[in-house]
Design a protein around this ligand. Structure first.
Ligand SMILES: Nc1ncnc2c1ncn2[C@@H]1O[C@H](COP(=O)(O)OP(=O)(O)OP(=O)(O)O)[C@@H](O)[C@H]1O
Ligand SMILES: [Mg+2]
Length: 511
């Protein structure tokens, strides 16, 4: 669905209580002219004060905030006594000036709301948010495009990046780990544009995905077991479909005694293992030099004795090196890519290998892909904004010059009720070949779960969070899921035990 369609459908079916006429109220009523002028004057005075305060930078954040509060209080009481202002207006002015000076201005209230997953700013007057999977326009506005640009500059300068006419696009991260992209005129025609992708605080775990009904318990178990068994896995999906979140959750199944190297454009993965080396690419500098690409880092990672390489996203030439690594003993690697189906992911892989500039016949490339990759997981953002694993496919080999693939699990949508997608995951009846790998590492799987008559089971949310409810999932009470639960629990508790042992060893070493 296009952005326009999504907006229209939100405006038509608006259920959000905060929402009046498609607008979510996040800012208070605008300040009257007198107070707005007072705020601007106070702001200018404050900047002068800060610039003339020796060692301002050595004060802590809290100390700076307290000094700003004290300064504004004093100014209002002495130099601006003639301006009528009540207690709550004064508190609001102080809060907004602190937000403008120390925080991210009008974005602060949005950043404080944990239910907002995306903040999208198109110029000073159009601020949209995604909340519970739906896109809304907010009443938040910036004073003008210059104000918005200042906030963008503040965000990117905190991570040592810059944005100006010469380099008008930038990627950065907020202190809370949210990912930020900004692009300004002349590239952005209608004013600076800012996109913030936030991560749900509890998003990085399999349990969270299970709670949200993104996959069945059985699928979670099989995928975790596949990670332990060193299957090479690709997570495929569209923008914002939940690829990185799933990558993070699955990576948690990697045993703690393995050395993991993660490679990303901007570090989003948050692995809890003990032995992780995190690498981040570097963009070109102002002279157009010094770029370190994902491919450079993959090549370097191979010299670092990795047990596993986790690549945040494959976008280009690194694909060739990744496939070669997977084919030469570095199995158990995980990555994501943009594609609309597992079959489409295969053609993307093939195209991306060509970016490496080597002249390989396409049959050779396909052979490399077929022997490297075991599993492709498709994740999708459905009409109701939920994210689900819609397909788990296995690559089985080649027939002539075509890569052969079989679906193991698919999500079968049965309908829409109250704008919530209904359906269940089903098994296709195929017993995957990667099961042998799983069995080889000693994990016992109930093979009935691959039968097409098998009914998948879910974690059911009991709270009233608007994600998935019992009645909306086709349930099966009679499944014997104990055996399966024990797979997930065994992997988790084994990993926890290993972590405990490693931590104990470290503590002993220190003492
Ligand atoms: N299974 C899920 N259920 C609900 N929300 C999810 C789920 N997975 C991810 N999200 C939320 O959706 C948003 C997008 O997730 P994520 O960044 O993982 O997607 P992505 O496919 O990697 O996006 P991109 O294409 O931009 O890299 C995040 O706010 C995340 O918290
Ligand atoms: Mg991602």
């Amino acid at each position: 669905m296009s952005l326009k369609d999504r907006l229209n459908s939100n405006n038509n079916n608006n259920e959000d209580k905060n929402n009046s006429g498609g607008l979510v109220n996040y800012s208070l009523t605008p300040l009257n002219d007198e107070l707005r002028e007072l705020k601007e004057q106070l702001h200018v005075l404050l900047i002068e004060k800060v610039n003339t305060t020796p060692n301002w930078g050595t004060y802590s954040d809290d100390e700076q905030k307290a000094l700003i509060r004290q300064f504004i209080d004093f100014q209002i009481a002495s130099n601006f006594r003639q301006v009528p202002i009540n207690k709550s207006e004064k508190a609001r002015l102080i809060k907004e000036i602190i937000q403008d000076t120390k925080g991210f201005g009008p974005l602060d209230p949005l950043l404080e709301d944990p239910n907002i997953s995306d903040i999208l700013v198109n110029g000073a007057e159009n601020v949209y948010i995604e909340k519970n999977g739906k896109l809304y326009k907010t009443s938040v506005v910036f004073k003008d495009n210059e104000h918005l640009k200042n906030i963008i500059e503040r965000i990117v300068s905190r991570v040592g990046r810059r944005i100006d006419e010469k380099s008008p696009m930038v990627d950065a991260r907020l202190p809370d780990g949210s990912r930020v992209n900004a692009i300004i005129p002349p590239l952005a025609i209608d004013g600076p544009s800012l996109s913030i992708r936030r991560f749900k605080k509890d998003a990085g775990t399999i349990e969270a995905l299970l709670k949200w009904g993104s996959m069945s318990k059985e699928i979670a178990d099989i995928l975790m077991a596949a990670v332990v068994a060193r299957c090479n896995i690709i997570i495929s999906g569209g923008t914002g479909a939940g690829k990185t979140t799933l990558l993070n959750s699955l990576s948690a199944a990697i045993p703690h005694n393995e050395r993991i190297i993660t490679i990303e454009d901007s570090a989003e993965l948050n692995l809890n293992q003990d032995h992780v080396v995190r690498l981040e690419t570097r963009p070109k500098n102002i002279e157009g030099e010094g770029e370190i690409s994902t491919r450079d880092l993959v090549i370097n990672a191979l010299r670092m004795r990795p047990d596993r390489i986790v690549i945040g996203e494959c976008r280009g030439a690194e694909t060739l090196d990744m496939l070669q690594a997977m084919n030469t003993g570095h199995d158990g690697s995980l990555t994501t890519l943009h594609a609309n189906s597992p079959r489409d992911a295969l053609s993307r892989l093939e195209t991306m290998v060509l970016y490496a500039g080597v002249d390989l016949p396409s049959k050779n490339i396909r052979q490399q892909i077929a022997s490297a990759i075991n599993i492709i997981i498709q994740v999708s953002r459905l009409q109701d904004g939920s994210r689900k694993l819609t397909r788990v496919s296995e690559i089985t080999g080649m027939e002539e010059s075509v890569i052969t693939m079989q679906d193991i699990f698919v999500f079968q949508q049965t309908g829409l009720s109250d704008n919530v997608v209904m359906g269940t995951h089903v098994s296709t009846g195929v017993r995957p070949e990667f099961l042998k790998k799983i069995e080889r590492v000693g994990i016992e799987v109930n093979s009935r779960i691959f039968d097409s008559s098998y009914k998948h089971s879910y974690f059911v949310k009991t709270s009233n969070e608007n994600i998935i409810t019992k009645s909306r999932i086709i349930q099966n009470e009679k499944n014997d899921t104990r055996k399966i639960d024990s797979v997930r629990e065994a992997i988790q508790s084994r990993n926890q035990n290993e972590l405990d042992i490693l931590r104990r060893l470290k503590r002993n070493e220190r003492n």
